[in-house]
Design a protein around this ligand. Structure first.
Ligand code: C2E
Ligand code: SIN
Ligand code: SIN
Ligand code: SIN
Ligand code: FE
Ligand code: FE
Length: 404
């Protein structure tokens, strides 16, 4: 490769790495990392595994041949696989050795290496994996946080070709920058989950899965809604990045609600329910001194996720959320409610009805669907309900992924 081309490429990697550090949400980040790594070598597919104890979990994958469209439930369906970190699998071997590895044809691995290719994914999906570049994701302090596989590089004619030595160099170099950003995003997510755990004081497992589901439902509903409303793909990506975390925080204001109310196994009295409703205000107060777009969206969602499309929700218009004695105003109505709040309202109620809560049993799937249909245009924004039903397979896949 000519040296100025090489310089351009390195410059480009640095530029992209800087952009990676602006992304806050782990999934948006993995999406971008994989996209850029694949782009740099024109690869058809790719996977990112992240380490969890002694295992690698299959965290993110892209495959242009199988899934051309952005919106697909498959991503969630395959996402439960785990591999041991040992020399049996290709990814496990790279995690163990922390060295990049190129395999020209996974179906023709000679007898010598300890690892072997697992054709399970190919069999299930009828994809043909051939050439695979696997690189470790190692942070500056030499901690392994995962493994990235780049699969089937293509030449100009679209035929599968081999990786060059330079490809390995670039992808490895890029991976070292990406690893640092990924580690930071993992930490952000962990801190947020702890914050949520503290605020709900419920079974941490239930809480974790509830907020994970509400976050995931919300970004997928938003994605479909935004495509229906011709929002640009750049704006969609930015909003999804913000929305997942902000949606996960929708109930963080419960930190201000007493334990006895949160843990009550019975119906709430009117007085208790008025206190419970304050969680919307308490939440918004946490984000009132906005320092980022993300604070703004978290504030929007905490305060508006119990508003209703027909104006009968709470807390309604409030002129000063800091006042000691808050009087709930007339409910916000229709587009007075921010889109993020309209989306989380549906995601939250859907999840509340399909799960068991300390105070209730889950409803039947049909019961929940009928309810949402009935509340279209009453509790919920009709366009959000439509987006929800048209990606119902993705919603079910998310439920499967974050079940317990
Ligand atoms: P949550 O459990 O996350 O429920 C969120 C929303 O889902 C509720 O908002 C409500 O709109 C809907 N929802 C949940 N369960 C049912 C149900 O059985 N029927 C119907 N029609 N809708 C349901 P909402 O009512 O404003 O409640 C906010 C929060 O207050 C709830 O969050 C929960 O933490 C608490 N809460 C509500 N009702 C009770 C109760 O009877 N007992 C206890 N201990 N907590 C309650
Ligand atoms: C994206 O921003 O497209 C990736 C986020 C996700 O789908 O989880
Ligand atoms: C493995 O590392 O053995 C899994 C490779 C793959 O399924 O792509
Ligand atoms: C969102 O709330 O998800 C997007 C922000 C907006 O366009 O209102
Ligand atoms: Fe709430
Ligand atoms: Fe909730």
């Amino acid at each position: 490769m000519r040296s100025n081309l090489r310089k351009d490429k390195i410059y480009n990697i640095l530029k992209i790495s800087k952009e990676l550090n602006l992304l806050k949400d782990l999934d948006s980040l993995l999406d971008r990392v994989l996209m850029e790594a694949r782009d740099s070598v024109n690869a058809d597919a790719g996977t990112i595994y992240l380490t969890e104890g002694n295992q690698l979990t299959f965290n993110y994958f892209q495959n242009d041949t199988l899934f051309k469209k952005d919106l697909t439930s498959k991503r969630y369906i395959y996402s439960k696989q785990k591999l041991e970190i040992n020399h049996n699998s290709i990814a496990g071997y790279v995690a163990e050795t922390k060295e990049p590895l190129i395999i020209d044809d996974v179906y023709k691995i000679k007898a010598t290496p300890p690892y072997s290719f697992n054709p399970e994914f190919d069999k299930k999906s009828s994809y043909k994996t051939k050439t695979v570049l696997t690189v470790p994701l190692i942070t500056a302090r030499n901690k392994l946080i995962g493994v990235m596989q780049i699969i089937n590089p293509k030449n100009k004619k679209g035929l599968i070709t081999s990786f060059t030595k330079n490809d390995t160099l670039f992808v490895t170099y890029f991976a070292s920058h990406a690893a640092v950003a990924i580690e930071k995003a993992i930490m952000t997510r962990e801190i947020i989950l702890r914050m949520i755990k503290m605020s709900e004081m419920r079974d941490p497992k239930e809480t974790g899965t509830h907020v994970n589901r509400v976050g995931a439902y919300s970004i997928e509903i938003y994605h479909k809604w935004a495509l229906d409303h011709r929002i640009s793909s750049k704006e969609i990506k930015i909003n999804k990045d913000l929305l997942r975390i902000a949606a996960m925080l929708h109930d963080v204001g419960k930190i201000g609600v007493s334990d006895t109310i949160l843990k009550k196994e019975d119906n709430l009295t009117d007085k208790e329910f008025s206190q419970m409703k304050m969680h919307t205000i308490f939440g918004a107060r946490l984000f009132k001194d906005s320092t980022s777009d993300w604070d703004d969206m978290a504030k929007e969602i905490t305060i508006s996720h119990h508003e209703r499309w027909d104006g009968k929700g709470y807390p309604g218009h409030i002129n000063n959320i800091l006042k000691k004695n808050i009087v709930f105003g007339p409910g916000k109505k229709e587009e007075e409610i921010p889109l993020s709040g309209r989306i989380v309202a549906l995601a939250d109620v859907y999840d509340a009805l399909t799960s068991s809560r300390i105070y209730k049993q889950p409803w039947s799937e049909q019961g929940v669907k009928d309810y949402i249909e009935k509340e279209r245009g009453a509790h919920f924004d009709p366009s959000v309900v439509d987006a929800f039903f048209s990606i119902y397979d993705i919603i079910k896949a998310i439920q499967e992924k974050y079940s317990y």
